[in-house]
Design a protein around this ligand. Structure first.
Ligand SMILES: [Zn+2]
Length: 233
């Protein structure tokens, strides 16, 4: 059975090997030589904890039969150094970047990717984000394209594949022969819903404030004819 949970530091040690140690997005290191340069679990944990502390939840984890089998990460682009090095970049100033997307080999399916990425989209929507961008490489459902060289940065395994981004609702905005840039604008209806919810919450707070004031007036009238001061706005 599948479930998806937000990434917290307590889940870090249980992540799949690649998600726990890959710093492709979090550094500017070369991925040549079988991408050994890009594996550093200390650095990855330090990055994760600083983003969690400064910005909040920055990832979702796919749990299958009680075991983490997939992870996606996202953050404002200034937290993701690789963004500046990709020819189709950098990410637009108004967007958050969906960076690392990785699901273990035997758990990969379009449905798994869609569930995992949708959880990230829902989290970002609920936080009032206006747009999400991601880089997409050639390949099908997380696999390498037929002509791919796995040592080349453009085929790095935790860059999501273009078919996955397309099914999730992203649109290609900057074309590139290998790694293009994709974008999803959060719909106006969602922004409207968020603003209405915020307005209703403000109204609810004001109503409680008014009731408290009315109770104080009533209590004071029992003791004197002077009403208490009105609540500050
Ligand atoms: Zn990676």
């Amino acid at each position: 059975m599948d479930r998806i949970i937000p990434l917290g530091l307590s889940e870090f040690d249980g992540l799949s090997d690649h998600s726990r140690s890959c710093v492709f997005w979090e550094t500017e290191r070369s991925v040549a030589d079988g991408d050994k340069n890009c594996h550093d679990s200390f650095e990855k944990e330090a990055w994760t904890s600083s983003v969690l502390l400064e910005w909040g939840v920055c990832g979702q984890i796919l749990i299958r039969d009680g075991r983490p089998v997939g992870t996606c990460l996202y953050a404002p682009p200034n937290y993701i150094p690789r963004d500046k090095l990709i020819p189709a970049g950098p990410t637009s100033a108004d967007a958050m970047l969906l960076s690392h997307v990785y699901i273990e080999d035997d758990s990969r399916s379009m449905m798994s990717y869609v569930s995992l990425i949708n959880a990230a989209i829902q989290d970002l929507k609920s936080r009032g984000v206006r747009a999400i961008e991601a880089y997409g490489r050639l390949g099908d459902v997380g696999a390498y394209a037929e002509d791919a060289d796995p040592h080349h940065w453009s085929n790095h395994k935790c860059i999501p594949t273009q078919d996955v981004l397309s099914v999730c609702g992203f649109k290609e905005i900057i074309r590139d022969p290998r790694v293009s840039r994709w974008r999803m604008d959060i719909d106006r209806h969602n922004l409207w819903a968020v603003s209405v919810k915020a307005a209703l919450e403000r109204r609810h707070d004001q109503k409680i404030e008014l009731l408290t004031y009315q109770r104080r007036v009533k209590a004071t009238r029992c003791r004197s004819s002077q009403p208490p001061e009105a609540p500050q706005k």
